[in-house]
Design a protein around this ligand. Structure first.
Ligand code: ACO
Length: 340
């Protein structure tokens, strides 16, 4: 059972959002020419119709930097105001330096401390919680939290079980310290976050090769160990259970119930997972945000991209209660409640 975090006196508020999706569209029809699949199978099993693919010379930090610039513009802050950059990703530009350091260089945020967080699809909410701790303890006041992935670089394009699921993209938020007494009406206030992990299940969803446990060699490269391996059915079951539990815990910690939720923004992995959670929380379709039909599963990027799209399309109004919830490899899971 995850340990709930305590409620801070001064809270972190999301004061700006931004996202960037690469231009190239890969449709289900396109994929059916690569592997034995069909638009009908992919749509009915996942809800995905198409996904975006980054250009060969476009790295995760390029997408992250563009999303960050858009979030800073939205928030009205300058690069030099940023004191912390956390990038959640499983597709860093390289093993080191961190992708966050590349972003720092590209956006010119010379006053920031920079590092990456690895929690697969839960990465953005993990990073948000890490940034909250920095902000709530008074260590830093303004942070960029980014979820960015070039999953096309980890996909085995001959494996129909996985290649239909994933896409590339980036989303970012600017968060800033907002104390109750000074700013009682601060928008985007993060009310609660819960996180959990179960390392006993590491083998169900992983990229086994390319790290220190299994470096790539001329002998093993042909079996593609540096691509995503997933036990889909098992992952599906755990995703529903953990995302539901985490949602309920985060709402309880915020002193709210599902009936108070204006919009749930879940990790965009599979429409059937999302529907199962919404049904158990008794949330109608209009309170559930989905854009996976356009982008597929972009891992750590799904939630900040969806949050940005929901805001810009007018779906989030002042005072709304937004429930964010994610699940990913590890297994890891997390949920946050935000009052807009
Ligand atoms: N096209 C056609 N047939 C396919 C395809 C495809 N693209 N992929 C699999 N199939 C076949 C299988 O081979 C299988 O055939 P068989 O019955 O003859 O063996 C059949 O379809 C059913 O396969 P299942 O795996 O049981 O299909 P399922 O309904 O479970 O859907 C899916 C698979 C979409 C992967 C689903 O299990 C899922 O979404 N799992 C969770 C994914 C997820 O949430 N990931 C979380 C985070 S990801 C991260 O952290 C990076």
């Amino acid at each position: 059972m995850p340990t709930p975090s305590t409620q801070p006196f001064c809270a972190s508020s999301i004061i700006g959002t931004g996202s960037y999706m690469p231009a190239k569209v890969l449709t289900n029809e396109d994929l059916s020419k690569l592997v034995d699949t069909s638009d009908e199978w992919i749509t009915s099993r996942t809800g995905i119709k198409e996904r975006r693919i980054a250009a060969p010379d476009e790295a995760t930090s390029d997408m992250a930097s563009e999303a960050a610039r858009r979030a800073m513009t939205d928030a009205g802050v300058k690069p030099e105001d940023i004191q912390l950059i956390i990038v959640a990703t499983v597709t860093p530009d390289m093993a080191f330096p961190s992708t966050a350091c590349f972003v720092q260089k590209k956006i010119g945020a010379s006053n920031a401390v920079c590092f990456d967080v690895s929690a697969a699809c839960s990465g953005f909410l993990y990073a948000l919680q890490v940034a909250r701790h920095f902000i709530n303890t008074g260590n830093r006041t303004t942070a960029l939290v980014i979820g960015a992935e070039k999953l096309s670089s980890l996909v085995n394009w001959q494996d129909r079980n996985t290649c239909v699921l994933f896409g590339d993209g980036a989303g970012a938020v600017v968060i800033r310290k907002a104390c109750e007494e000074e700013e009682p009406n601060a928008q985007g206030r993060v009310l609660s976050t819960v996180m959990g992990s179960d390392g006993n299940l590491v083998d169900l969803l992983k990229v086994p090769g390319g790290g220190s446990a299994c470096p790539l060699t001329p002998e093993n490269i042909t079996s593609r160990p540096n691509t995503i391996h997933m036990e889909g059915r098992e992952t599906f079951k755990h995703a529903v259970t953990r995302m539901l539990e985490a949602s309920q815990q985060a709402l309880e910690m915020a002193g709210l119930t599902a009936a108070d939720v204006s919009l749930v923004i879940p990790h965009q992995a599979n429409a059937r997972i999302i529907s199962a959670i919404a049904e158990r929380l008794a949330l109608p379709n209009e309170k559930v945000f989905m854009n996976l039909d356009k982008y597929g599963n972009t891992s750590a990027a799904t939630i900040p991209v969806a949050l940005d799209e929901a805001r810009r399309s007018g779906l989030i109004k002042k005072g709304d209660v937004i429930l964010l919830v994610a699940f990913g490899g590890g297994f890891t899971w997390a949920s946050s409640v935000v009052r807009w």
